[in-house]
Design a protein around this ligand. Structure first.
Ligand SMILES: NC(=O)c1ccc[n+]([C@@H]2O[C@H](COP(=O)([O-])OP(=O)(O)OC[C@H]3O[C@@H](n4cnc5c(N)ncnc54)[C@H](O)[C@@H]3O)[C@@H](O)[C@H]2O)c1
Length: 337
């Protein structure tokens, strides 16, 4: 019989939309248990703990000081991430932190040397890297199936805009939403050296009210010479629209949308008609979140891991800031180093 390692004891900080996804992944994975759950809204922490295990507290500090943890997931609002990553490093606890690291690159850069000098691993929640279809596509690109990649095309449209209060503190669409696509562009093409972006306020009052865009198009140039386009919208009437195509010298690889059902209906009005695509990220990326956790467990155990790093989180934020500048003043923005 194989030697089994004890499950890693997790602390979860933040039990909102994405925190609940992580709680379910931790509870479902045989290598992990949920030991502590913290949220200032303690009712949320208690509900998660009673469903998935662990003790509830309103205090992240209490969770970190419990001495009963092997690793932490940070799923609290973005402005809390930098301080919580630092607290995890100080406590010697490997941390998987949600994206973005922060909205302010200066705060990210202030923490950067400490992360680099620490032996404690930090992973970033770029879950899309672990989507089976995207991961397969990247592996097939790397295997040379379509030759050198020349053009990457990413389409990402959310089903509907978030509330105006969310837009107000989101940091804008590039840092909130497109940041996933910036990471995917780096995942496929490596370093990005040039960014141009344009945005529009087409339908969302919240975006208009807070000076944000609800629709954007970004063009990226990679150090390799390859180019990428990203199309984002806060609205999609056909379900969650998540498509990707990589074109190379020898052909292309395409990832289509996930159907919500394999059933189609044919009538006198339409043939092979299907329901809209899956609703949103919880359904589309369910497998990716579970795999993201599994890779982080490898990292926390000191094994070989493909978890995105703090530096990946920083690089995506740098591209997002460049896109903001470009969309504001029309310039093509160079990214150095
Ligand atoms: N990777 C993804 O697919 C994905 C999806 C959604 C959100 N996110 C990111 O996850 C983070 C949380 O987003 P959300 O949509 O779950 O937000 P949310 O508002 O649904 O939940 C946040 C939770 O954190 C709690 N909280 C507030 N201050 C806290 C603190 N100081 N310490 C601990 N908990 C605190 C709130 O009470 C709330 O329960 C954001 O950074 C967001 O960008 C990532």
């Amino acid at each position: 019989m194989d030697m089994q390692e004890d499950p890693l004891r997790f602390g979860l900080i933040g039990t909102g939309r994405i925190g609940q996804v992580h709680a379910a992944s931790i509870a479902a994975n045989p290598d992990t248990t949920l030991a502590w759950v913290a949220d200032p809204f303690v009712g949320g922490a208690e509900a998660v703990a009673s469903r998935h295990g662990g003790r509830a507290t309103d205090s992240p500090e209490r969770l970190l000081a419990s001495g009963e943890l092997d690793a932490v997931v940070v799923a609290s609002p973005t402005p809390t991430h930098v301080a919580l990553i630092e607290a995890c490093l100080d406590a010697g606890l490997p941390v998987l932190c949600e994206k973005p690291i922060d909205l302010d690159i200066a705060k990210v850069d202030a923490l950067r040397p400490k992360v680099a000098a620490s032996q404690v691993p930090v992973a970033l929640g770029f879950n899309q890297r672990f989507d089976p279809a995207f991961a397969e596509t990247r592996a097939r690109v790397a295997a040379g199936e379509i030759g050198e990649p020349e053009h990457l095309s990413i389409v990402s449209r959310d089903p509907g805009p978030p509330p105006a209060e969310y837009i107000a503190v989101s940091g804008g669409i590039f840092r909130d939403m497109t940041i996933h696509d910036f990471d995917m562009a780096r995942f496929f093409l490596g370093d990005i050296v040039e960014v141009s972006a344009t945005g529009a306020q087409l339908f969302d009052e919240g975006a208009r009210e807070h000076g944000d865009f609800d629709s954007v198009v970004v063009v990226l140039r990679a150090a390799s010479g390859a180019i990428a386009t990203i199309t984002n919208s806060r609205r999609s009437r056909i379900g969650y629209d998540q498509r990707l195509e990589v074109v190379g010298a020898e052909g292309s690889l395409t990832v289509s949308n996930a159907p919500s059902s394999l059933v189609s209906v044919s009538t006198a009005r339409a043939v092979e008609a299907r329901r809209p695509y899956v609703e949103f990220f919880l359904e589309r990326y369910a497998t990716a979140y579970a795999q993201e956790l599994a890779e982080f467990v490898e990292l926390a155990r000191g094994g070989k891991s493909t978890s995105p790093t703090f530096e990946d989180g920083r690089a995506a934020l740098v591209i997002a800031d460049a896109a903001r500048r470009s969309a504001a003043d029309g310039a093509v923005v160079r990214i150095d180093g």
